[in-house]
Design a binder for this molecule. Structure first.
Ligand SMILES: [Zn+2]
Length: 217
């Protein structure tokens, strides 16, 4: 159920597409010694380096860079990332080059530019920012379940409408009882909003923007 909402709400889908379409580099397109390669619609400089500890490529961030995470700002140069490469024979006498994801060490063909170059899995994890969404959906699911049990079995507000949606009073129900249920629902709704707010704050922090505590504590 939770997964279904994630899909129709557009949130996950959008980030997913953004990762897939716009910020990807392909190890099969790596220039032999160095040169330009595509990263989504932009081009970036790639410089191959052969060292005693392996084959590397220095990937320069496109103009505007990735949205900088504090992690990247702390790098001495802040302009490029050096990625380890891995060559693999393809069975036709050739050799194909793959990236080693700097985050998880997996051998991958594509890296996605988020806060740095990462494999698809790691880029996605970064974006979802830990348990943020789980907490939100949790309050949503529990609030809905509560209404289903006590007020309206068919109540099904959109994720975006949830914080302010109010189910109707069943005709047979006393006003006092109804308002007690609505108050209970409000707790889930405020919890939902709180989770969203904290999620936004921590996302900003990842991109180097600090929201002063007095705005969210
Ligand atoms: Zn990875």
């Amino acid at each position: 159920m939770r997964y279904f909402y994630a899909q129709t709400n557009g949130g996950y889908n959008k980030t997913h597409e953004a990762v897939e379409d716009h910020n990807r580099i392909d190890s099969f397109e790596l220039p032999d010694s160095g040169g330009l390669m595509f990263c989504g619609r932009k081009t970036i400089d790639a410089v191959r380096e052969f060292r005693c500890d392996g084959e590397w490529v220095r990937l320069y961030y496109p103009p505007g860079g990735p949205r900088m995470s504090p992690e990247i700002n702390r790098r001495p140069d802040g302009l490029y990332e050096t990625i380890l490469l891995s060559g693999k024979r393809n069975g036709y006498g050739g050799r194909q080059i793959f990236f080693i994801c700097p985050c998880c060490g997996r051998r991958v063909r594509y890296l996605y530019l988020k806060a740095g170059f990462r494999c698809r899995e790691c880029a996605k994890l970064n974006y979802r920012s830990s348990q943020r969404t789980r907490g939100e959906y949790d309050a949503y699911d529990r609030g809905k379940k509560y209404v289903h049990q006590h007020l309206d079995i068919l109540w099904n507000p959109d994720l975006l409408d949830f914080p302010y949606a109010i189910p109707e009073r069943p005709r047979w129900m006393h006003w006092n009882v109804y308002s007690k249920h609505i108050k209970k629902l409000e707790q889930f709704q405020r919890q939902f909003e709180r989770r969203q707010l904290l999620g936004a704050v921590s996302l900003c922090k990842k991109f180097g923007i600090n929201i002063p505590e007095e705005y969210w504590r």
